[in-house]
Design a protein around this ligand. Structure first.
Ligand code: R7I
Ligand code: MG
Ligand code: MG
Length: 364
């Protein structure tokens, strides 16, 4: 697909496919580190938090981030299924030189789950993960189609792991859409599930090629709207939420109202929009979040929406990290989070593959 198509359908929004500020390599790193950080930092809040009397969730999260101890030594903050599966997506894309291979990716999901089943996987997806690694499974998409009496899962497990797909094509948005949809269908056959992954992958892709200095929120949303209008057809579920976001960004509702309107649950259509909104709202300061670091602000805001905190923060972190780059990742996080070296390695390997594919080049 041509650069013209790309500009018309997504990125005319952002003015240019500029790499102002951070280099493209740094954006790749920021994306995977942001996703990892959102998962690790959101996880402690996932099952609800007992707040001291008179303390709001946002105040509690701000304090958690401020008291962050970079000398945690052996007791690193651990990642959950979100990162476990995202790492498998990245590893498969790296192994297959940037191409999507359904069998390879499915087998990696299955093996990763067998290795560490206690990472907090969704209650239903675990029923089909073993079959995804079984060479006797004839149709690798078949197990997912059996979920929920044949309607397929609309959990956010397809979207939570999709960030590497948003990185995997320099200008070809159609390819991003197709790989996001197909790779999600390995576990999430419900259109709400895989369309959530399409939206998240496109948000990452668009952020990656946007200039954070001249970033235009309306154009960014319009680009995503064009994709979702086309992908959803008459459904208008994700597209409707994107339209709603424009109004919300003007009226600036409370985090409680944002969670009510956009959702904060485990369903893809009740969490992906909240992640996108968190990034857009945190382009500018937020009352009650005293930091100039926009990635950190985004994660605090996303976690303050409550509910499925690891996943909403991870998806928001991936988009924000792709926009701001690795420079926005606090050094303390690199010390304190599990598996940061793996995220950096995978980001660099994906970047090198995309460069070899005829990417536009790292400008630093
Ligand atoms: O989507 P999935 O991988 O779960 C991801 C979530 C993230 O928050 C992770 O951090 C982790 O905590 O789990 O796993 P699934 O089992 O496919 O879906 C998750 C849950 O969504 C299911 O267990 C159901 O509760 C719900 N769900 C549905 N409920 C009713 N009808 C998903 N699809 C349906 C449905 O069609
Ligand atoms: Mg999780
Ligand atoms: Mg979660």
């Amino acid at each position: 697909m041509s650069q013209t198509f790309y500009r018309q359908h997504l990125c005319d929004c952002t003015g240019a496919m500029a790499q102002v500020g951070s280099s493209l390599r740094s954006r790749f790193r920021g994306c995977l580190l942001g996703a990892l950080a959102g998962d690790c930092l959101g996880c402690p809040y996932e099952s609800g938090t007992l707040l001291p009397k008179g303390v709001t969730l946002m105040e509690n999260v701000v304090e958690f981030f401020q008291s962050f101890d970079s000398k945690r030594g052996a007791s690193k903050l651990t990642f959950t299924d979100d990162t476990a599966m995202a790492r498998s997506v990245a590893e498969s894309l790296i192994h297959c030189k940037g191409k999507y291979n359904a069998r390879d990716m499915a087998r990696r999901f299955s093996e990763e789950y067998a290795r560490e089943p206690g990472r907090g996987y969704g209650a239903n997806v675990i029923d089909i993960l073993p079959a995804l690694g079984d060479p006797n499974t004839e149709d690798i998409y078949a197990p997912a189609k059996t979920q929920f009496d044949g309607s397929g899962s609309y959990g956010n497990g397809g979207a939570m792991r999709i960030a590497p797909v948003g990185l995997c094509s320099s200008e070809n948005l159609e390819r991003v859409i197709e790989i996001a949809r197909e790779s999600s269908k390995l576990t999430h056959a419900n259109k709400l599930g895989y369309n959530g992954a399409v939206l998240q992958a496109c948000a990452v892709h668009s952020a990656l090629h946007s200039d954070p200095v001249t970033f235009d929120t309306t154009s960014f949303l319009d680009g995503l709207l064009r994709v979702m209008d086309r992908v959803e057809g008459t459904d208008d579920l994700y597209a409707g939420k994107l339209r709603e976001m424009k109004k919300m960004l003007a009226s600036d509702p409370s985090t409680e109202d944002v969670a009510k309107k956009l959702g904060n649950e485990i369903a893809a259509h009740r969490s992906v929009p909240a992640a996108v909104y968190s990034v857009l709202r945190c382009l500018r300061p937020v009352q009650g979040i005293p930091t100039d670091n926009r990635l950190e602000r985004t994660l605090i805001y996303a976690i303050s929406l409550d509910g499925d905190t690891d996943t909403i923060a991870s998806m928001a972190g991936a988009i924000a990290g792709a926009l701001y780059g690795r420079e926005e990742v606090p050094e303390a996080w690199l010390e304190a989070l599990e598996a940061t070296a793996d995220a950096l390695r995978q980001a660099d390997q994906l970047f090198d593959i995309m460069q070899g594919e005829g990417g536009r080049g790292d400008q630093k």
